[in-house]
Ligand binder design. Structure first.
Ligand code: PMP
Length: 444
């Protein structure tokens, strides 16, 4: 049993000798196409700290890409997982069902935006959820076209690669891609024409859809309410509501990809809640089950029920252990009010990042909501992306035992996705390390 550690503690350089030895073994066993942000090999995690094979303890400001929102191995999840694994691990919901699946769908109906009649279907990954949302929208509308946005990320399956914007590394060489996918500009306040409102950006998108695709051929508009991998891009106020209204007026299914933004991450249960947007379908994954593979499509009963019996499913989809984990995670989010915890994290982080932007001149934009926060690095006095600086800042944090991630179409965004339960002292310490890294690398 590893003793519980409550502090960042570096015993070796990062990565240390044990991690480096594993990295060497990995090179001859694991496909080169899989990358790791920081090749320290983790042996345990708790309370916002990861412990590696060398006994180093690192502050986790990434949550395994917005997954362990409730924290690592919290009792409500672990106990339910243990109990479920002891009872049975799999029957296949399509063969002989079990209550956990139904309970997760009931919880999703309650928690997702809107009080209309809802149904859910469970899957294994975010990509699978988004792909199934498109399947459902196509069957329900009898239309084929799907509209997505610049900077979008929706996954790595063939259809979701087509929906994703960035070529390298996600798409390059992997074509041909699925047809009937159309991309339009969204809303990126830092890089749009200054003063462009959300309503105007939506009108531009709608104009392009109507002229170049034809409203009556569009099955779905698929959008991340805050774009994740594309750079933590929060659209201008009014953009999402205007788009949702246009969809409703034109019989187009509005699909919110809340895979990264969902489950209290942005300070609401879902990012769509912020402006009162009620999506027709919501795709979720990541934070739903604290790391066990689970994903869902939740939405209007008439849409999900339009798919004939047998049209949705999968061997592992809605696995009973993953459902048990989801029920534990959701219970934790409720009892610990993790949406409020996320807002407190934002209230702490945003002013500090803004002060660093003023002090150093290398951060062009600080943005985000709740515990989904980012700094976009630029050449001082310009909006020219400085990806090299963002990468150096991340590397300096890693060397000091703080896990931050980068993202962005231009690779110049450092993003923070701490567990929502991260103790205030660890958040403070992580931010101090980040600030030092920015100061040090900005002047290099
Ligand atoms: N949609 C969004 C918004 C995501 O951030 C991700 C993962 N980063 C996905 C879809 C794909 O999820 P998964 O990796 O679980 O397939």
């Amino acid at each position: 049993m590893t003793a519980t550690t409550t502090n960042r503690r570096l015993r070796t350089e990062i990565p240390g000798p044990a991690s480096r030895a594993l990295q060497q073994r990995r090179a001859s066993a694991v496909a080169a196409g899989l990358s790791s942000v920081l090749p320290v090999y983790i042996t345990s995690a708790s309370g916002g700290l990861l412990t590696d094979a060398d006994g180093n303890t690192l502050i986790d400001l990434g949550s395994g890409i917005a997954v362990t929102n409730v924290g690592h191995s919290v009792p409500a999840v672990v106990d339910r997982v243990r109990e479920q694994a002891g009872a049975f691990t799999h029957t296949c919901f399509m063969v002989t069902p079990y209550a956990g699946y139904v309970e997760v769908c009931e919880a999703l109906a309650e928690l997702t935006p809107g009080d209309h009649e809802k149904r859910s279907a469970l899957f294994n990954s975010g990509a699978e959820a988004v792909e199934n949302a498109v399947k459902i929208a196509r069957v329900a509308t009898g239309r084929q076209a799907v509209v997505v946005f610049d900077h979008a990320y929706h996954g790595r399956t063939n259809l979701t690669m087509a929906l994703t914007a960035k070529s390298v590394p996600y798409k390059h060489g992997f074509g041909p891609f699925a047809p009937e996918v159309y991309r339009v500009a969204g809303s990126y306040p830092f890089r749009d024409v200054p003063g462009l409102t959300g309503e105007q950006a939506a009108a531009d998108a709608v104009g392009k859809i109507e002229k170049q695709i034809g409203a009556d051929t569009v099955a779905a508009v698929v959008i991340e309410p805050i774009q994740g991998e594309g750079g933590f891009i929060e659209p201008a106020p009014g953009f999402l509501p205007a788009l949702a209204r246009w969809c409703a007026d034109n019989g187009v299914v509005f699909v919110a990809d809340e895979v990264q933004t969902g489950f209290c991450r942005t300070g609401d249960w879902f990012a769509s809640d912020h402006e009162g947007v009620v999506p027709d379908l919501v795709a979720t994954a990541k934070g739903i089950a604290a790391g066990l593979p689970l994903a869902a499509v939740t939405g209007r009963a008439e849409l999900l029920d339009a798919v004939p019996t047998g049209g949705l499913g999968g061997t592992y989809s809605g696995n009973p252990i993953a459902c048990a984990a989801a029920l534990g995670a959701i219970e934790t989010m409720r009892t610990e009010n993790l949406a409020a915890a996320a807002r407190r994290i934002g209230d702490t982080v945003l002013p500090r990042l803004r002060a660093l932007a003023t002090e150093t001149g290398v951060i062009g934009d600080v943005r985000g909501r709740g515990a989904m926060l980012a700094a976009e690095f630029v050449e001082p006095g310009t909006t020219n992306p400085d990806a090299a600086l963002a990468q150096r800042v991340a590397a300096a944090c890693h060397a000091a035992g703080v896990i931050v991630l980068t993202c962005g179409t231009y690779g110049n965004v450092v993003r923070l996705l701490p567990p929502l339960s991260l103790p205030a002292e660890l958040l403070d310490e992580g931010l101090t390390v980040l600030a030092e890294a920015i100061r040090q690398e900005a002047t290099r």
